[in-house]
Design a protein around this ligand. Sequence first.
Ligand code: MN3
Length: 198
Amino acid sequence: LPSLPYAYAALEPHFDAQTMELHHTKHHQTYLDKFNDAVANNPELTQLSAVELLQKLDSLVPAEIRQKVCNFGGGYVNHNLFFESLTPSQVEPSVALVAALKEHFGGVQEFKDAFTQAATTLFGSGWAWLVLADNKLQITTTANQDSPYSLGQIPLLGLDVWEHAYYLKYQNRRPEFIAAFWQVVDWQVVLKRFEQSQ
Ligand code: MN3
């Protein structure tokens, strides 16, 4: 399991240390363990990256383990994306990213508002995403641990809105958790993913 590039307490007061540590050492670790279990009897699959397996679920992954790879491989990859795009450093979007968000959403605030709306209204457990799809930036959501990669999209920013991501600090107040998220997004990581995806 990749270690985080910051301390569990580094994102306080926005994301609390206890939630960060449980989320990483218990939830993320469990997705990885169950993903490894799922592919353990298919050595040809272990030669491929988790992202490749998610991109080619239907063509590469045998039907009997497909749902497990979707759930646990998706959980592993989604959480990598999530944790890697957080920072305590108050990074602002760069000029290039501001221009792209303006072109596709009308501006940075308009993008945040639309993403917030998608994350707030997503029913049940899942993720809100900024993805590149058909060469366009789009806001999407997925249920459970489904990955944008399995839909042919490239995820640039993801927010986990499972209750385990916020319940200890925010209880049922998902909108407050989403507002806190905007305080800790690493826009440099988002820009790097955007540049690499084109
Ligand atoms: Mn989670």
